[in-house]
Design a protein around this ligand. Sequence first.
Ligand code: ATP
Ligand code: MG
Ligand code: FE
Length: 336
Amino acid sequence: VYILAVETSCDETSAAVVRDGREILSNVVSSQVETHKRFGGVVPEVASRKHVESITWILEEALTQAGVQPQQLAAVAVTQGPGLVGSLLVGVVAAKAFACALDLPLIGVHHIAGHIYANELVHKLEYPFMALVVSGGHTELVHVESEGSFRIIGQTRDDAVGEAYDKVGRALKLPYPGGPHIDRLAHEATEAVTLPRAWLEPDSYDFSFSGLKSAVLAVLNQANMKGQPLAPEAVARGFQDSVIDVLVEKAIRAVRKFGAKQLLLAGGVAANKGLRTALETRCRHEGVPLLAPPLSLCTDNAAMIGAAAFLKYRRGQFAALDMKAEPQLKLEGWSV
Ligand code: ATP
Ligand code: MG
Ligand code: FE
């Protein structure tokens, strides 16, 4: 079964052809990072205009690279939400037009379900599993009892972890997005600035990163006022250590408490080398199987949408052609 998948929820325009929800035949990703860099963040109006410019050739390129004829497709899948409404709309409209013209079923996919099921493109999943979702807009621990049944057991109360990375990146005058630069600086560091960890209540699986971000800004300001600026490497290292400590500890506790067979890492921040290494070490110690997608499948891409879409395809959960883009789409109850 060949599914053509489309992803335009933020600032990546992407189309992919995925076979049986597992095998990637093509995964074309066009990032708008260069366009948004000079604004220090994604500008929604600019993002949707860029999606409009790219979507047609990206769709054609995905089919060409896959060597698949439109007539061979079984369905067209698209990210329905969450995301920027103007960006989502471009993908949704393109997918509908394609499905309509070729008389194919349409499948609406939750973006975070896509990030989670990116793991299925490279690993064998075993239920129940715990997913640690860390991305630009989300920080969540998701208990997945059985296929497509999502329960959020903890989430951020303020900033998402990727958002915190990008804000600290801006404070350190690093190019947008700051995440990968902080990761690199943290590795080059020979010392670390001491920063707080937000554990919240002892039994809570929630996260909080805005206090940490404020603490970073405060130490930077103090050091500058004293005329003794801090090494960006030491700040990056202190920040990254604090983030990783909390993520790793809460993820492992959640795995234990819910009897999960595997821990899955998902989302753009899953590309973070420090986080991957820390989780690998801890999981090996604890005897917990850890699954993470390769770096190219961590950040936004359409292949992950094709993987998640296959769950719905098998159950015949198709969308009507009046399906709407849902900027606030909820993960729980997305697919039952
Ligand atoms: P969401 O998936 O929540 O809708 P998004 O799609 O904008 O948000 P992703 O593409 O999943 O986010 O991830 C982008 C985020 O990942 C950015 O905040 C970026 O800084 C961060 N990121 C990417 N690589 C790394 C890295 N190596 N270390 C830390 N953060 C990283
Ligand atoms: Mg992006
Ligand atoms: Fe994403």
